[in-house]
Design a protein around this ligand. Structure first.
Ligand SMILES: Cc1cc2nc3c(=O)[nH]c(=O)nc-3n(C[C@H](O)[C@H](O)[C@H](O)COP(=O)(O)OP(=O)(O)OC[C@H]3O[C@@H](n4cnc5c(N)ncnc54)[C@H](O)[C@@H]3O)c2cc1C
Length: 444
């Protein structure tokens, strides 16, 4: 028995955990017929990696072997429990990088695929699903190989399927080449939402990555002000002679650790206001040569920073709004709702998105907006449904990898592809053995 939660610390459940070893090739090896929930490093924020009631968690992190790495073609095959952190030094040293990466290295390959993660390059490259060549999935019907052209419905239902089709055991991923472990970052300040979004669009052809930090403590007339950050991989010939010998080495990074969930919580409106004012007004170089890990994984600099929110935890509200339904106005309305509720946050960001090519897609051409909110915020229970309504009115959807509270009817309105995806899931798992708390809550 263990007490588990997602990264947001809510909900918390006491449950049975089975640390998987390589031997699980057949579900008949799981002796009773409890619902099963695969779990990687538990970095989904809500209940995606928590078990359904009476269920068993299959913890994958011990199944973390490299199986093959073709350094010439940039193709890697590994067991799903391996973490991006464990893979990174070897990939980078060989001149390769993940084609798409989330904002932390502390996720497993299987967790990243089950959530079909997106990165700062979604508008150019799409989600990680576009770079997967092959999966081995343990379904209720047994172990199955699938890929874009083999059992493609299972493949496209598993990527972004949050473990509902079964346990991803192995995956083969196509990498992207890099010449150095450095990123050239441009930082541009915008005094309101429209300006920040325009700055995101000024990215040049080789500035593949972009993201905006939004100041949620801004005064009303400057709602949506923040910084647009644009990044590109640095070429070998651009590095100084001093950095040349270590051009593909990741720098050592000192990380702080928050030892426990702070009982009262260290983050409140006043600290958010001070932090945001410093972020927005503080000195920032317009152009910097940044180590790759600092650019992609800034939050990994403070280990377990989520504990700063205190024992009640926090929720991340993360949504996408499509251009065709006035995404800019929609984000403006979300910011107004946050300001009206007196909510300000340390982590609020915007990204430009294209379409996800899986059966249960999150992204659409438009913008994502994500904001962390303490569960101690007065009025949170009214604020979140208000935000859902705005998202629905603008044809958007909430990200399931961050969600802990969406209602099933709202989910169905946001995800009209659900019934087709579920029919594929049912084909491979007719008894719904693979069921998480998220699946139970959303009535999959
Ligand atoms: C600081 C931070 C930044 C983040 N940034 C981003 C971002 O930029 N973009 C983004 O898309 N996401 C982002 N995320 C979310 C994160 O990438 C996903 O939640 C990812 O799924 C976490 O991987 P995990 O190994 O921790 O999976 P878990 O949280 O353990 O599991 C996530 C889901 O995957 C399923 N699963 C896990 N392993 C398997 C398997 N082997 N087979 C089948 N199903 C499996 C689980 O059942 C669950 O439904 C971020 C999270 C954090 C904490």
């Amino acid at each position: 028995m263990r007490r588990l939660s997602g990264f947001g610390g809510y909900p918390r459940v006491d449950c049975h955990v089975w640390p998987l070893t390589e031997s699980l090739h057949d579900l008949r090896e799981v002796f009773h017929d409890a619902p099963l929930t695969p779990r990687g490093l538990g970095r989904s924020y809500g209940d995606a990696a928590l078990p359904a009631i009476g269920g068993l968690v299959l913890e994958t992190t011990a199944c973390d072997a490299w199986l093959d790495f073709d350094e010439t073609r940039g193709i890697v095959r590994a067991q799903a429990g391996i973490s991006l952190r464990a893979m990174l030094p070897r990939l980078v040293a060989a001149g390769w990088f993940f084609p798409v990466t989330p904002g932390t290295q502390d996720v497993t390959l299987g967790g990243a695929l089950a959530a079909n993660v997106h990165g700062k390059n979604h508008h150019r490259s799409g989600a990680i699903s576009g770079f997967v060549e092959r999966l081995t999935v343990l379904t209720e019907r047994g172990e199955q190989e699938c890929g874009p052209a083999t059992q493609s419905e299972l493949f496209r239902a598993t990527l972004g399927g949050f473990g509902a089709t079964g346990l991803i055991r192995e995956a083969t991923l196509r990498l992207r080449p890099i010449e150095t472990a450095w990123i050239d970052v441009r930082s541009l300040r915008g005094t309101n939402l429209e300006e920040v979004l325009k700055l995101l669009d000024t990215a040049s052809d080789d500035e593949e990555y972009s993201i905006a930090w939004i100041d949620t403590s801004a005064p009303r007339r400057q709602l949506g002000r923040g910084w647009a950050l644009l990044g590109r991989h640095v070429r070998a010939d651009e590095l100084s002679p001093r950095l040349q010998p270590s051009r593909l080495r990741l720098p050592r990074r000192r990380a702080w650790r928050v030892p426990q969930w702070l009982p009262g919580g260290g983050l409140n409106r006043a600290t958010a206001w001070a932090f945001n004012a410093w972020q927005y007004h503080g000195p920032r170089r317009q152009r910097t040569l940044t180590p790759l890990t600092d650019w992609f994984y800034p939050l990994d600099g403070v280990v377990d920073w989520n504990r700063l929110y205190g024992t009640q935890g926090f929720v991340q509200y993360h949504c996408v709004l499509p251009h065709e339904r006035d995404a800019v106005r929609g984000i403006g309305r979300l910011l107004e709702a946050l300001a009206h509720a007196g909510a300000s946050s340390f982590v609020a960001g915007l990204k430009s998105m294209s379409r996800d090519e899986v059966l249960l897609p999150f992204a659409q051409p438009g913008y994502t907006f994500g904001v962390d909110l303490s569960r101690r915020l007065p009025g949170l229970t009214e604020l979140l449904p208000t935000m859902d309504r705005i998202v629905l009115e603008h044809g958007g959807r909430v990200a399931l990898s961050k969600d802990a509270r969406l209602a099933p009817d709202v989910f169905r309105q946001m995800y009209p592809e659900f019934s087709h995806w579920r029919s594929v899931v049912r084909h491979w798992c007719p008894a719904s053995r693979f069921r998480s708390r998220l699946a139970e809550r959303l009535q999959w």
